[in-house]
Design a protein around this ligand. Structure first.
Ligand code: OGA
Ligand code: FE
Length: 268
């Protein structure tokens, strides 16, 4: 095990307003955001050598090599990589159906990871603000989009991310994971993210000294970090996460390149 890392992560400051962020030039000269964010001290532990599971921490790591070597073409990813990740999601969760609905390829930009990993028009980089990709409401909305009327008959559904390095071992900007059980309901603040074509709802996080942070050092491209975004059958189902600059990375460490898959799980 490598020593724990003392660093900072970006959290939401308490605010009386519902936070929102414009991912493009906001109308009427409004500011990009209506809330403040601040870096808080955290200790990020090495999760290797600790038994982790989706049911407890909300995240886990699996060795799962991929047959895909070129992640730069969307058709390849959808046709060849989605089925691989649906298989893996089923194997790790015991769900009866896995529907991959989204992916994002990132490359770290120079400097401290940006809040959302990009500003208008840029390629997505590492995302340094603590967040959860879905709220209870946006998970439900996604379920409806994927399943339509069938959504009403389900016993249980969940949403997972499957995250992999697509080039080198990740040395410079790993993804830190917060143990789902260390999150209090009041830490999760529903927030709007405005894109040109839609508005998404995510959780921003208020700082809580109970948050238990870990990461998997030097993830290779044969490993997948799997984490829960939502689970209709579990109260501790939100796994906040954020990228951080690794203090031991050499300044010329190759920029992290990664792909994350979002997957809906259905339990019969
Ligand atoms: C994610 C995510 C950030 C990053 O996979 O949901 O927020 O820097 N990733 O990879
Ligand atoms: Fe995320």
């Amino acid at each position: 095990m490598t020593p724990a890392i003392a660093t900072t992560l970006e959290y939401l400051c308490p605010t009386p307003h519902r936070p929102h962020t414009w991912m493009y030039a906001p109308p009427d000269g409004q500011p990009i955001e209506n809330a403040d964010y601040t870096r808080k001290a955290v200790t990020i532990h090495d999760a290797r050598g600790t038994a982790t599971s989706l049911a407890h921490e909300g995240y886990t790591l699996r060795r799962a090599a991929t047959a895909l070597d070129d992640f730069h073409h969307k058709e390849n990813i959808v046709q060849r990589y989605y089925p691989e990740m649906a298989q893996l999601a089923l194997a790790v969760s015991g769900a009866s159906e896995a529907l991959v609905f989204d992916h994002l390829v990132r490359k770290r930009q120079p400097g401290t990871p940006q809040a959302f990993g990009r500003i208008a028009g840029q390629r997505p980089g590492a995302a340094g603000r603590v967040h959860c990709d879905f709220t209870a409401a946006s998970a439900q909305r996604r379920l409806r989009i994927e399943l339509g009327e069938r959504a009403a008959q389900l016993q249980r559904y969940a949403i997972l991310n499957l995250w992999r390095s697509i080039r080198h071992p990740v040395l410079d900007a790993p993804l830190a994971m917060c143990d789902a059980r260390s999150v209090a309901a009041g830490d999760l603040i529903a927030s709007d993210i405005h894109y040109p074509d839609r508005t998404g709802e995510i959780y921003q996080l208020l700082h809580n000294p109970e948050h238990a942070w870990s990461y998997f050092p030097a993830m290779t491209r044969d490993e997948v970090l799997i984490f829960k975004q939502f689970d209709s059958a579990a109260a501790a189902c939100y796994t906040p996460h954020a990228a951080f600059e690794h203090p031991s990375a050499s300044p010329d460490a190759p920029p992290r390149e990664s792909i994350e898959i979002r997957c809906l799980l259905i339990y019969a």
